[in-house]
Ligand binder design. Structure first.
Ligand code: PPE
Length: 307
């Protein structure tokens, strides 16, 4: 079963190749040891054609992730950004998810990746709501994972490395096997960290909070977007740790992410969150939809038009 519908092109090592030709050797180093860093970016349709949301911020994180892993990319951020723009244009589909990835390629085996060449690619495909359209509308059911989020002493969560997603995958599979939509991971101090592929926000008595970067999370671009929205909405916001029980007693909870957008969490481990109305989450969702589709001039600088 293949869920992904092929588009025409993929950018690979400096050029656009046909979708079916974007292949690697089975001894690709990064495939064996998880030595790959990646990004997830979205482009959306706007009145002025397709626009990529917060491309420079994603590129910045991409190159920071590479730096943590001593990876020197054979392309500049500007070149990878151009690859994203060229790819959206070449495929002719305005609403896509973009996946830049850099990884240790075919060269040597063994744990030192610096002996293998670094390959870079950008793929794009159509990806609907990460937790389903119904999840965006009605909210999802989450469970606190028995798996602990890895921390910066083991796998630095702020670097978006493929290896981190083994931890995410364990949590995700556990949640789905238990009949939930998604997991919430605690950090090694027992405080709430994030979802397997999303940041998390809590609303209590009109105060909105999210765990700080020091809680061991990926510093999400959507998280940053929401923080800006909160300031523009005049809402009280704090970066603060919170506990598992503070999830249960929240008035509203929601996930944020490029793939997930802003997705309400309506239940955590059998406890209904708030009264189910989620007024602040709904306002933020609306603002986000407007921003990504170019309907809010105040956020116009976040859009890179494909032309
Ligand atoms: N935490 C994690 C662990 C994470 O993977 C993501 C993105 C976020 C937070 C939110 O970051 P941002 O997208 O910059 O707001 N997860 C990506 C999906 C991973 C997947 O392929 O599955 C994404 O949303 O693109």
């Amino acid at each position: 079963m293949v869920g992904i519908r092929a588009l025409q092109k993929i950018w690979m090592d400096g050029r656009l190749v046909d979708w079916t030709d974007a292949k690697v050797h089975i001894l690709t180093h990064g495939l064996h040891y998880g030595y790959a860093v990646f990004e997830g970016i979205r482009s959306h349709d706007t009145a002025r054609g397709p626009a990529i949301f917060r491309l420079p911020e994603h590129l910045d994180r991409f190159f920071n992730s590479a730096k943590v892993y001593r990876m020197t990319l054979p392309y500049s951020a500007a070149q990878v950004g151009e690859a994203c723009v060229d790819l959206v244009r070449a495929n002719g589909v305005p609403t896509v998810y973009l996946r830049p990835i850099a990884f240790s390629g075919y060269g040597e085996m063994g744990l030192d990746p610096t002996k293998s060449p670094i390959q870079v690619a950008v793929a794009a495909w159509e990806w609907g709501a990460y937790l389903g359209q119904e999840g965006v509308e009605r909210g999802v059911r989450a469970t606190v994972s028995s798996w602990v989020r890895m921390d910066s002493r083991s796998l630095p969560p702020q670097a978006k490395c493929a290896a981190n997603y083994a931890n995410s995958g364990l949590a995700k599979m556990e949640a789905v096997a238990a009949g939930y939509d998604e997991a919430i991971l605690l950090n090694s101090q027992g405080m709430v960290a994030e979802g397997p592929g999303e940041n998390i926000f809590r609303v209590k008595k009109e105060v909105v909070s999210t765990p700080p970067a020091s809680s061991g999370i990926l510093r999400g671009v959507t998280r940053d977007t929401v923080i800006r929205f909160l300031s523009d909405e005049g809402l009280v916001f704090q970066r603060t740790d919170f506990t598992r029980e503070e999830l249960f007693t929240a008035d509203e909870l929601f996930y944020t992410g490029t793939a997930a957008g802003i997705t309400p969490i309506r239940e955590v481990d059998g406890r209904r969150i708030g009264d189910g109305a989620f007024p602040i989450t709904r306002r933020l969702q609306q603002r986000y939809e407007d921003a990504i589709h170019g309907r809010r001039p105040a956020y116009g600088s976040w859009l890179t038009y494909v032309g």
